[in-house]
Design a binder for this molecule. Structure first.
Ligand SMILES: Nc1nonc1C(=O)N1CCN(Cc2ccccn2)CC1
Length: 245
């Protein structure tokens, strides 16, 4: 998969993608990541990329022409069609379902806004989709871009080893929250490891983990439970867990 990121801080994107799974995916040729800085395409001595908003008000707005030139350079670098996705609070909140759809694309171009945003004429003319990381205010779109790069790269074939795939599946597979996890020591001042996890009874362990995921989801994210469409077995497990003291 190829991802192009239009950003005033391409080094941030490169550094955030250099580590762990994403760094390994780049080494394996599973991810082809490119940064495009509008400032490299800005005219004049000061290479302006922003200016004051018409109508007054605080902050600055990113100018059309440097963005158009950076986008043109990105598209000229590779003929593969790609949607232009703008990270913004006005976008659709990012979900794992959308991540899965994006991960299936051959290429995408991510636009990271700074300041008060981008000239609306550029957005209207060029942006295919707006995605929000969540209902809070960041300093720019770069963190959102880094999140999308990470989340879609993890879904590229060959990006994860078996253990990492199992973790991904355990969280993503059924849309429930993960169960609690424990390791050494079995006994600690902070508490004991649940006996079932030390029983060696793999059926009982699987049942306990499923039940804990269901209970945790019911308590913390009942909205996810509704979406999960539980069957009879899961409902019975959850009812049993809810009755426990
Ligand atoms: N929440 C988020 N999920 O994605 N991005 C954000 C986010 O807060 N930001 C900060 C403002 N930037 C510039 C901006 C300002 C106003 C309108 C549109 N764009 C975009 C990125």
């Amino acid at each position: 998969m190829r991802i192009d990121v239009i950003t005033l801080f391409p080094e941030f994107i490169a550094q955030s993608a250099a580590l762990g799974v994403v760094g390994r995916a780049q080494e394996r040729g599973l991810l082809d990541l490119h940064g495009w800085n509008p400032r490299d395409h800005a005219e004049g001595n000061y290479r302006r990329v922003d200016d004051r908003p018409f109508g007054g008000g605080p902050g600055m707005v990113m100018l059309i022409e440097p963005l158009r030139a950076a986008l043109a350079a990105a598209r000229a670098a590779d003929p593969t069609p790609a949607p232009l996705i703008y990270l913004s609070p006005q976008g659709r909140p990012l979900t794992q379902a959308r991540v899965r759809e994006l991960a299936a694309l051959p290429r995408m171009i991510l636009l990271c806004g700074r300041y008060e945003g981008v000239d609306e004429r550029f957005l209207a003319a060029e942006v295919d989709e707006e995605i929000s990381l969540g209902d809070y205010v960041l300093s720019g779109g770069e963190l959102g871009a880094a999140v999308i790069v990470d989340a879609v790269t993890r879904l590229q074939e060959g990006a994860l080893n078996d253990a990492e795939s199992a973790v991904q599946d355990s969280f993503e597979g059924d849309g429930l929250l993960d169960c609690p996890h424990y390791s050494q020591p079995a006994s600690h001042a902070l508490g004991e490891v649940p006996e079932v996890l030390r029983s060696g009874n793999h059926a009982a362990i699987a049942r306990w983990r499923r039940q804990q995921s269901l209970l945790r989801t019911a308590l913390r994210r009942p909205d996810l439970l509704d979406e999960a469409g539980l069957g009879k077995v899961d409902r019975k497990l959850l009812d049993e867990a809810r009755k426990e003291p």
